[in-house]
Design a protein around this ligand. Sequence first.
Ligand code: UDP
Length: 241
Amino acid sequence: MSDLRYKRVLLKLSGEALMGNQEFGIDPAVPARLAEEIRPVFDAGVQIAVVIGGGNIFRGVQVAAGGMDRAQGDSMGMLATVMNALALQDTFEHAGMDSRVMSAISMRQIAEPYIRRRAIRHMEKGRIVILAAGTGNPFFTTDTGAALRACEVNAEVLMKATNVDGVYDCDPKKNTDAVKYEKVTYDEVLTKNLKVMDAAAIALCRDNKMPIMIFDINADGGFRKAVEGENVGTIVYEKEN
Ligand code: UDP
């Protein structure tokens, strides 16, 4: 692997990234491919924390629309992220990558509680830390969880893996003339309401100068190139004055 730009990264994977072509749940081939994407970066000694979403199983906001209490639905959504975290851990370990699941909601029989300093220690010891249950609070998303944890564990960058190759000025699936940004500021993302991450996540990254890199997880070697510093998608950053 050529020169590494980053030594400690936080990778945000949405739950939907685990679905493959299915409508729901986990297609086992997908986490296996993700493990192969992550492996060269792991082998190069980069410290990796993964925040996993749960949208492939459950989203609180959807059941809230049907009349269920939002906080109750969100708790169920957070539990969905724990299922995904356990699936990821199993895949990582089959691929020979040591990992630990840490949950923001205490469930000691299956996951360690999230303790910031311990998460950092795991990474220093060469273990991938899989962070489950988002922030542990309803009314948040795992994107905000990813922003929070990236700041907490002193990651150098938050890498958000998506199904598109960056941020566009409008939906590239609906508009053939959509223009991709190579770089965009946090404030532009917020004022133009660009679909990157939710506003709370963007604001947290902006206030803590945490760069965000959006890249396509389906492109082979995309994660490795991103860690080497190649701009394979879009970077959200703070413009120097
Ligand atoms: N969630 C929550 N608090 C958090 C993170 C997640 O309540 O800090 C719930 C929320 O209901 C959310 C669900 O968990 O819809 C799954 O997370 P998310 O939608 O962020 O998953 P992704 O879109 O990344 O798959």
